[in-house]
Design a protein around this ligand. Structure first.
Ligand code: NDP
Length: 457
C-alpha cells in the first residue's frame, strides 16, 4: 500500500470539501495509520500554521460527522508545500522522499497537460500512481493528447481518472441489484424495458463556481462523465468478475455501442438551456448570465438533455435519456428504469395499470419499485411502491476512491480508451451546439427546465 500522497492543488475547494474528509474517513475506519503522509501543494506560499488552521476549518465544516480523533489524524499527517506544478524544481521538492507515491492533480483541468509534462521531466519513483480529476480533456483531441502524455509517465494501471460517482454506494448498488439477484437480469433488455432515465436535476445554482463551470457547462460537467458512467453500469453485459479489466472492458462495449448522433438527429434528440431569474423555495435567484464571473457570450448551458440509442442485441429499441440541470424547482437525482406495459390486461375496462418503474435514488440513496396492486374496491387497481433505504456506506465516495488508489486497484476509475469513447459520444453534440444547430432555450430558475424537455416520470 502506498503511504504518501502529494496533492497538487491541495488547498482548493475539492481538497477541502472532499479529499481531506475522505482521508479522515479512512483514518477513522482504520485503513490508514500514523505512517501515512499527505503533502498539499499550491503556488501561494503560506505558513504551516496558516495551512493547519485551514485544514482544521475544512474538516470541521465538511467532516463534522466523523470522530475528532480521525480529523486530528488528518491534521497531523498533512503538511503544506509551495510548488507550482509547471516548475520542475518545485515539483521535485514536493515529491522528495522514499518509496512510491500517489500524486493527485486537484488542479484546474487546463493545467493537466503541463502538470503531466513536468512530472515526466522530474520522474516519479517506481510504483507511483497518478490521479486526475474530471473533466479529463475538453474534447476528444485533448483527451487523446493527455492519454499520450500519461502513457509516457506511468503504466495505464497506475493512472486513476476519477469519476467519484462510481465509488458511491448507490451506484455500486446498480451492479449489486442487477448481478446479485436472479429476478432482474432476465428482464434486463429492450423486450421489457422501454426507457431508462439517468437524471441529475438540482436546485443548486452556480454557487460561485463560474471560473470552472462557465467554461464547461452541463454537458461536460455532468453528462460526459458521471451520467455516461451510470449508463455503462446500467447497460453493460454482466462482467466475468468486477476486476478492473473485466469491468472496464464491458463498460467500453456500452460506449462503443452508442449510436452516434448526426447533425440531423441532434435538434430532436438533444436539448440545452440556461436559467433565467426565478425563485427556488424561498430563495430569489438571479439569471445565470448575471452571476458573478459569467461571460454571457460563451452561451454556456446550465441544462443538458440527450437521448441515446444503443446498437446492441440487448438494447436495440430502448431509449436512454441522460439529463442534468441546475437551478431547477426540485432535486431529482436518480436512475429510473421504465418497464413496458403488460402484454394483456385481464381486468376489463376498470383496470388501468401504470407500467412498472424501478428507481435507483442517487441522492438521497434509495431503491424503489413501482408496482400495481388490486384496490380495496372490487375490480380496481392502485399503485403500490416498495421502497428500501440503502445501508449507509462505511466510506464516502472520495474515501473509497482514495483507498483504491493507495491499494492500486483502478477498477472504479476510468481507463484511457473509456475516456476517449465517452468523448466520441459527446463530441458531435458539442460541435452541433457550438454551431447553434440546437437552440439555447431559457427556463426560469425554480421551474422544471425548458418547456419541451423530457419530464416523463
Ligand atoms: P480550485 O480553484 O478551488 O482549486 C485549484 C487549486 O489548484 C488551488 O489550490 C490552486 O492554488 C491550485 N493551483 C492552480 N494552479 C496551480 C499550479 N500551476 N501549480 C500548483 N497549484 C495550482 O478548484 P477545485 O478544487 O474546485 O477543482 C480542482 C479540480 O477538481 C478541477 O479539475 C475540478 O474540475 C475538479 N473537481 C472539483 C469539484 C469540486 O466540487 N470542487 C468536484 C469534482 C471535480 P493556487 O492558485 O494558489 O496555486
Amino acid at each position: 500500500m502506498i503511504t504518501r500522497l502529494i496533492v497538487f492543488g491541495g488547498t482548493g475547494d475539492l481538497a477541502g470539501r472532499y479529499l481531506l474528509p475522505g482521508l479522515a474517513a479512512l483514518f477513522g475506519a482504520g485503513h490508514l495509520d500514523a505512517r501515512f503522509e499527505v503533502v498539499c501543494a499550491d503556488r501561494t506560499g503560506r505558513s504551516q500554521e496558516e495551512f493547519r488552521e485551514w485544514v482544521v476549518a475544512q474538516l470541521d465544516r465538511h467532516a463534522a460527522d466523523l470522530p475528532s480523533v480521525a480529523r486530528k489524524a488528518v491534521a497531523a499527517a498533512t503538511r503544506y508545500q509551495r510548488a507550482d506544478i509547471r516548475n520542475p524544481d518545485d515539483v521535485a521538492a514536493a515529491i522528495r522522499g522514499d518509496g512510491p507515491i500517489a500524486v493527485y492533480l486537484a488542479l484546474p483541468p487546463a493545467v493537466f497537460p503541463a502538470a503531466v509534462t513536468t512530472l515526466h521531466e522530474v520522474g516519479l519513483p517506481t510504483g507511483s500512481r497518478i490521479v486526475l480529476e474530471k473533466p479529463f480533456g475538453e474534447d476528444l483531441d485533448s483527451a487523446e493528447n493527455l492519454n499520450r502524455l500519461l502513457a509516457d509517465l506511468v503504466p495505464e494501471r497506475a493512472v486513476f481518472r476519477v469519476d467519484h460517482f462510481l465509488a458511491m454506494t448507490t451506484v455500486q448498488n446498480l451492479l449489486g441489484s442487477r448481478l446479485a439477484n436472479r429476478v432482474l437480469e432476465s428482464i434486463w433488455n429492450s423486450a421489457h424495458i422501454s426507457k431508462v432515465e439517468i437524471v441529475w436535476d438540482e436546485t443548486l445554482t452556480l454557487e460561485g463556481r463560474a471560473g470552472y463551470y462557465d467554461h464547461v457547462g452541463a454537458l461536460e460537467d455532468m453528462v460526459q462523465n458521471h451520467l455516461l458512467q451510470l449508463l455503462c453500469l446500467i447497460a453493460m453485459e454482466p462482467p466475468i468478475t468486477l476486476s478492473e479489466r473485466d469491468l472496464r472492458d464491458r463498460k467500453v462495449d456500452v460506449l462503443r455501442s452508442v449510436r452516434p448522433l448526426t447533425d440531423a438527429d441532434l435538434p430532436g434528440r438533444t436539448r440545452r438551456g440556461r436559467y433565467l431569474a426565478g425563485r427556488i423555495g424561498d430563495r430569489e435567484v438571479p439569471s445565470y448570465v448575471d452571476e458573478q464571473g459569467v461571460d454571457p457570450h460563451r452561451r454556456t448551458e446550465t441544462f443538458a438533455e440527450i437521448e441515446l440509442a444503443l446498437d446492441s442485441w440487448r438494447w436495440s429499441g430502448t431509449t436512454f435519456v441522460l439529463r442534468s440541470g441546475k437551478a431547477l424547482g426540485a432535486d431529482r437525482k436518480e436512475v429510473a428504469v421504465h418497464f413496458r406495459p403488460v402484454p394483456h390486461m385481464p381486468f376489463g375496462h376498470e383496470g388501468t395499470a401504470e407500467p412498472n418503474v424501478l428507481r435507483f435514488g442517487l441522492d438521497p440513496e434509495s431503491l424503489s419499485l413501482e408496482l400495481t396492486s388490486v384496490g380495496s374496491t372490487v375490480g380496481t387497481l392502485v399503485p403500490l411502491t416498495l421502497t428500501a433505504q440503502v445501508q449507509p456506506p462505511e466510506l464516502p465516495a472520495y474515501g473509497r476512491l482514495l483507498l483504491d488508489v493507495f491499494n492500486g486497484d483502478p477498477a472504479l476509475s476510468i481507463r484511457g480508451d473509456e475516456a476517449e469513447q465517452a468523448w466520441r459520444v459527446v463530441s458531435p453534440i458539442q460541435s452541433a451546439w457550438s454551431r447553434d444547430l440546437v437552440p439555447l432555450d431559457e427556463y426560469s430558475a425554480g421551474s422544471q427546465g425548458p418547456a419541451d424537455a423530457d419530464h416523463g416520470r
